[in-house]
Design a protein around this ligand. Structure first.
Ligand SMILES: NC(=O)c1ccc[n+]([C@@H]2O[C@H](COP(=O)([O-])OP(=O)(O)OC[C@H]3O[C@@H](n4cnc5c(N)ncnc54)[C@H](OP(=O)(O)O)[C@@H]3O)[C@@H](O)[C@H]2O)c1
Length: 400
């Protein structure tokens, strides 16, 4: 039994709050703290009376570490689950250190003025969390998150050595809009318009955006085009999986999405460089975000499934072995259960599970850790229990 403070009440935050409320044995109390109080209050209104978990709300701007620290000190949660934006990661980690509570997030820090996410900033907090006797669990979403847990599980139970990992993220959902992003549009567009990269033989290989395309026949979905992207778990898995030779990440995109994105890029709408409009400085990508559908509103419209998983190639008892671990998730089923589409669901569920394991001590040690550094078994069991059951195929199609 514990008390959690969830910072950020958007698409992912809403799912995490629902799942904590379903899991009242682990979460006796939830504080929903976000920039817009009305969103927190609306969620509280919807859920109280349906759960034994006590729900309270608070307005907070996490960009102000002193204010957030004060709120954490007042509320005294056992842990803070950061579901705001990657820009706030370091500030929220600072507040957790100051107030003496554990920290969990789902996306690594990215400075607002440079579209480049990497772990180095958060890994620099290792010594401070160690000395404070606190745990910071980084990247406990689906990718990063479950993909790292799948990797640790494959290594523990199926391989002596993993040499190749291909992470495949397929969203075959259709929301009916010609162009909409399934999570925060600013973060999403920054991610997909950046150069791609993969890890091979001890170094990064950089590609142009969307330069590498493959087609894959996804179980329960069918054939989809997918493109190589840079993704944050590549950085930590390259360090934490011994014997690794190559890690790639692929995500599916429809023709329509890519055509719109190219056009928006060509006219400068995805830029993060400020421009002056009628005497006011605006950032084109932030303006674009105000025009696009709110991802939290896509739930009722989105139909179809997601399939996210990892293909592993390595060795067991001297023989080459391959394995595919994946989850499929149905957008409409998620909407029925928690009022959100599957992209928010597949992130919010592992965020709740990571927080639960840190809070009940199963995944607790002083320092800053990525998910694959802990025993994967309790997390894998919890995925089956809390709505993201996984499957294993021992003879998958490979990506060339
Ligand atoms: N690992 C994964 O698999 C994965 C997948 C998808 C997303 N993510 C991550 O999950 C996080 C949440 O994504 P989302 O789609 O839920 O985004 P979202 O819908 O935009 O929600 C973000 C929430 O954070 C709040 N917020 C933003 N800045 C804040 C601040 N300074 N102080 C307090 N609250 C603040 C927003 O408040 P307002 O309501 O006022 O705007 C909003 O409620 C992001 O970091 C994203 O990168 C991870």
């Amino acid at each position: 039994m514990g008390k959690i403070m969830i910072v950020g009440c958007g698409g992912v935050g809403s799912v995490a709050v629902h799942k904590c409320c379903q899991n009242s044995d682990a979460f006796s109390e939830v504080v929903i703290a976000s920039r817009t109080l009305s969103k927190c209050d609306a969620l509280k209104e919807k859920l109280q009376g349906t759960t034994k978990t006590k729900i309270t709300t608070a307005q907070v701007d996490a960009d102000d570490t002193a204010v957030l620290t004060e709120l954490i000190r007042k509320e005294k949660p056992d842990a803070v689950l950061n579901l705001a934006l990657p820009y706030q990661d370091l500030l929220i980690m600072e507040a957790c250190l100051a107030a003496g509570v554990h920290y969990i997030d789902t996306a690594n820090y990215e400075p607002e003025d440079t579209a480049k996410f990497e772990y180095k900033w958060q890994w620099e907090y290792r010594e401070r969390f160690e000395k404070a006797g606190l745990t910071a669990l980084l990247g406990s979403g689906f990718d990063p998150g479950v993909t790292g847990v799948f990797s640790a599980y494959a290594l523990k139970h199926y391989f002596d050595e993993i040499n190749y990992i291909d992470i495949l993220d397929c969203n075959a959902g259709d929301n009916g809009y010609p162009f909409a992003t399934n999570f925060n549009p600013e973060i999403n567009i920054r991610e997909v318009s950046a150069n791609g990269s993969y890890w091979e033989d001890g170094h990064w290989v950089e590609t142009k955006p969307m330069e590498i395309k493959r087609t894959y026949n996804f179980p329960e979905i069918g054939k989809r085009d997918m493109y190589l992207l840079h993704h944050e778990e590549i950085e930590s898995l390259a360090l934490n999986i011994p014997g690794i030779k190559r890690i790639r990440f692929f995500m599916t995109f429809s023709e329509s999405y890519l055509t719109h994105l190219k056009c928006l890029e060509n006219v400068g709408m995805t830029s993060i460089e400020p421009v002056t409009y009628k005497g006011q400085e605006i950032i084109p990508l932030q303006f674009l975000k105000t025009l696009l559908p709110d991802p939290a509103s896509l739930g009722p419209r989105t139909k179809g499934k997601t399939n996210i998983g990892c293909i592993f190639i390595g060795k067991k008892d001297g023989k080459e072995k391959k394995l595919y671990i994946y989850n499929t998730c149905d957008h409409q089923e998620c909407y029925k259960e928690v009022g959100s589409q599957a992209v928010a669901y597949t992130t919010g569920v592992p965020a709740m599970i990571g927080a639960m394991l840190v809070m009940n001590g199963t995944w607790r040690k002083p320092g800053v850790f990525n998910v694959e550094e802990f025993d994967p078994d309790p997390f894998m069991d919890a995925l089956n229990k809390w709505g993201l059951p996984w499957k294993i195929s021992e003879n998958p199609d490979l990506v060339d």
